[in-house]
Write a protein that binds this ligand. Structure first.
Ligand code: SAM
Length: 221
């Protein structure tokens, strides 16, 4: 089984427990930073790339986007998305014509790309000139330090999603090579942006103080 198939299997198990809202402390700081960098979407055509259960699709509809397309390769996730056009496909091969979106938003998914340069090239291909890409992800430094993206399924079994390590430099290089211009690179750190208490947080905060946990990137075409 390759990494994409393994990733899909884990998300199929996660989907019933994955509501379309920020449902943990990491997602809450990530979503706040994404909304602070939110592009102008009213009246625009927007792609929610690797949409999951539709957290950002909802926000895009609330922001009055003219058309929201929600894409994910996990059908049980897509089935939870409401109000937008849903497409089941890989984010590595987008079933869209060139330059058909004004904005692409992608939450917490880049590290599931099989390669970062083709991912950025594919996003750039579907963005029209003047368009905007806004994405977030679990920070590569957090993954390098050994933190994982994991959850307990309905049977209380802990599952961990595979994660590719693309450094910030690689991500920036991929965006530039794809013809995108960086507008913002923001890192959210343990003990700074993340301060919310949770079970076990005292030892988490003392062990990981200062570690970048989330990366948010905005680029224009
Ligand atoms: C951590 S979830 C994030 C969901 C949503 N974007 C959010 O922020 O709430 C990652 C999503 O990426 C999707 N995904 C992973 N690899 C993918 C791929 N190669 N193509 C399309 N979707 C993918 C998963 O199915 C999952 O729904």
């Amino acid at each position: 089984m390759n990494a994409a198939q393994e990733t899909l299997q884990v998300y199929e198990r996660w989907a019933p427990l994955y509501p379309p809202v920020a449902h943990n402390p990491l997602m809450r700081i990530e979503q706040r930073a994404m909304l602070e960098a939110w592009p102008h979407v009213a009246g625009r055509r927007v792609l929610d790339l690797a949409c999951g259960s539709g957290r950002y699709s909802r926000a895009l509809l609330e922001s009055k986007a003219a058309q929201v397309v929600s894409l994910d390769f996990c059908m049980p996730m897509l089935q939870r998305v409401e109000g937008s056009r849903r497409v089941c496909a890989s984010m590595m091969q987008l079933p869209f014509l060139a330059e058909c979106f004004d904005v692409v938003v992608s939450g917490l998914a880049l590290a599931h790309a099989s390669a970062v340069r083709p991912w950025a090239a594919e996003v750039s291909r579907v963005l029209c000139p003047g368009g905007t890409l806004l994405y977030s992800d679990f920070h590569p430094e957090a993954a390098r330090a050994g933190l994982t993206r994991s959850f307990k399924d309905a049977e209380n079994v802990t599952l961990t999603v595979p994660h590719q390590l693309y450094s910030v430099d690689e991500q920036v290089g991929a965006a530039v090579a794809a013809g995108l211009r960086l507008q913002m690179v923001r890192e959210l750190r343990v003990g700074y942006e993340l301060q919310e208490p949770f079970p076990g947080s005292e030892s988490f905060y003392s062990q990981w103080h200062g570690l970048p946990l989330v990366l948010v990137v905005r680029a224009g075409k």
